[in-house]
Design a protein around this ligand. Structure first.
Ligand code: NAI
Ligand code: MG
Length: 333
């Protein structure tokens, strides 16, 4: 039996989570879901954006599923707190096109790996005494750089991909990205069969539009990875279909790339596919490859048939219509 902590969060988070749990429950797998709280609504109720019990439950579970939260100014970010507490240092973001989705690039299949524990998201910020200047620390350590870069090369090797691209801005951020770039080429020596190269992040932003088919694995620091992965989501049909996994040596935390989408929250029109695909990545992490493939196949078939789709993909259906269609598809596989 697997213990799975679930954190629905705010906005569309709880609805995509509810649908995803229904799908996982339809599988012939013994999963025990432990529902925990975090986010803006949690702050109003419990006085904190992330109660200690949520972190404890995630630590004790075999994996955690996270929906989305609405950011609260001047409060701790629950997702960053979870990523740090679980030491899930690698944020793996597949960029994959699906048949049936009208998008800029119908044949993409590459990965962005984003460092998850430091960089400009270290949350070390302060104001000068006169409060006229604000300063953020950008922490880049050799240790964390090595871990994320090693992870990327291992993934590329396992997935039989032959290129890893490092993205940085070492011409300006000479010390921090200097460490990142240097670590990259040092570790690359252990993987002589993989082609390596590096680009500045601004150039990469352009190449993602001009020649995204060219890439296999892109590894980068926290902020750059966050921005480039939303850009990449735009290439394959938007945030409704892009999953992600936060993976460490012990823990796994799986969440869609999107946020709480307040513009569509409460209308039951959010696309659950990103969350469902994230749960597929969780099943991969739990080594339940048969079931992860089933979930992915069912999602692919539903998208291909185009019978049932939420408005972001040009359809008119509700979140739960898509969920029910995925469950039906799973039964027929
Ligand atoms: P967002 O990702 O929530 O939404 C961006 C756009 O994509 C919106 O138009 C939204 O309707 C659409 N969208 C997102 N997910 C969708 C889905 N599943 N189905 C259909 N359409 C979808 O980003 P936004 O609006 O910038 O941020 C909203 C809130 O979420 C903010 O408070 C932000 O800080 C937070 N956020 C939280 C994240 C997390 O929990 N990991 C990640 C990103 C943002
Ligand atoms: Mg983001």
């Amino acid at each position: 039996m697997y213990k799975i902590t679930t954190v629905g969060g705010d906005g569309i988070g709880p609805e995509v989570m509810k649908g995803t749990i229904a799908i996982l429950k339809s599988l012939d797998l013994n999963l025990d879901f432990i529902e925990m709280e975090a986010g803006c609504d949690c702050l109003k109720k419990n006085g904190t954006t992330i109660p200690e019990e949520t972190i404890k439950s995630a630590k004790k579970s075999d994996a955690t599923l996270f929906g989305a939260i609405t950011t609260v100014a001047n409060e701790k970010s629950p997702i960053i707190a979870l990523r740090k507490n679980l030491d899930v240092y690698a944020n793996l973001r597949p960029v994959k096109s699906f048949v049936g989705i009208n998008c800029l690039y119908p044949k993409l299949n590459f990965y962005i790996v984003r460092e998850n524990t430091e960089g400009l998201y270290s949350e070390i910020e302060y104001c000068s005494a006169d409060e006229k200047t604000a300063i953020a620390h950008r922490v880049v350590s050799k240790k964390a750089s090595k871990k994320i870069i090693d992870f990327t090369f291992k993934q590329a090797t396992e997935n039989k991909r032959d290129k890893v691209t490092c993205v940085h801005k070492a011409n300006v951020l000479k010390k921090t990205d200097g460490i990142f770039k240097e670590s990259f080429y040092k570790i690359a020596k252990n993987y002589p069969n993989i082609k390596v190269e590096d680009y500045y992040v601004d150039t990469m932003a352009m190449y993602l539009i001009q020649k995204p088919e060219y890439f296999d694995y892109i590894v980068t620091t926290n902020l750059f990875g966050d921005i480039l992965s939303d850009e990449a989501a735009g290439l394959v049909g938007g945030l409704g279909i892009t999953p992600s996994g936060n993976i460490g040596d012990k823990h796994g935390l799986f969440e869609p790339v999107h946020g709480s989408a307040p513009d569509i929250a409460g209308k039951n029109v959010s696309n659950p596919m990103a969350m469902i695909l994230s749960s597929g990545m969780m099943l991969d992490f739990l080594n339940e490859k048969y079931y992860s493939n089933q979930v992915r196949k069912a999602v692919e078939n539903v998208l291909k048939k185009k019978k049932i789709a939420t408005p972001d993909l040009g359809g008119r259906n509700k979140t739960m219509d898509v969920v029910n269609e995925v469950v039906n598809e799973l039964k027929s596989l």
